[in-house]
Ligand binder design. Sequence first.
Ligand code: PLP
Length: 227
Amino acid sequence: MIRKNIQILRESIENKCKEIGRDPAEITLIAVSKFKPVEDILEAFNAGLTNFGENKAQELRDKAEKIIENLTWHFIGHLQTNKVKYVIKAAEFIHSVDSLKLAKEIEKKAATIGKVQKILLEINTSGEETKFGLRDKNEIYEIAEYCEKSENLDLRGLMTMAPFTDNRETIRESFLTLRKLKDEINGDGFKLEHLSMGMTNDYLIAIEEGATMLRIGTAIFGARNYT
Ligand SMILES: *Cc1c(COP(=O)(O)O)cnc(C)c1O
């Protein structure tokens, strides 16, 4: 089932890329394995996926410790400063940096293990109060400038979640906002490369708007059981 899902998803991504003239090789497919057992992760790995995303700090740590295969882990959930210690070892990327305080804690923990931590800034592009993410431009630039000077933080791009809606244009607007923000920041001398956006229900729009990292769970592993 998982193998078949991945095959269908890959074809869908490739077809979309062909349609709009993008190279599928510039898009990283991150399999969001939250709430899913290690066996499912291994099944996806055996079907060729190597990038996995988790949104709970301890769950990422536990899975990363259990699985000996060489997986690339992405932390994509809201991160409290007191839980940075759980993800710092395993996470190749932390997608959800949303405050200077958190950036400083990540820097501190990365320094203690001699690591340069790749991070993305999570941006609230929907204006929804219930969503995490940065909204204030000054704050965004403040963190970006802090990362420039830091030896242990490597700011690589931006991440967002589209609003909960069926309105395709509202979703597109959100992704477009992220892309424009990246271009604006790069226009000021930064070198951001990644746009982490697009989930099961909106990844095709995200590809059209320039996503370089897709975070997809349900389309790969099936529905999650939260109980
Ligand atoms: C759960 C989650 C996803 C994946 O969602 P699906 O709709 O299952 O593809 C992507 N990004 C974040 C931040 C998530 O928490």
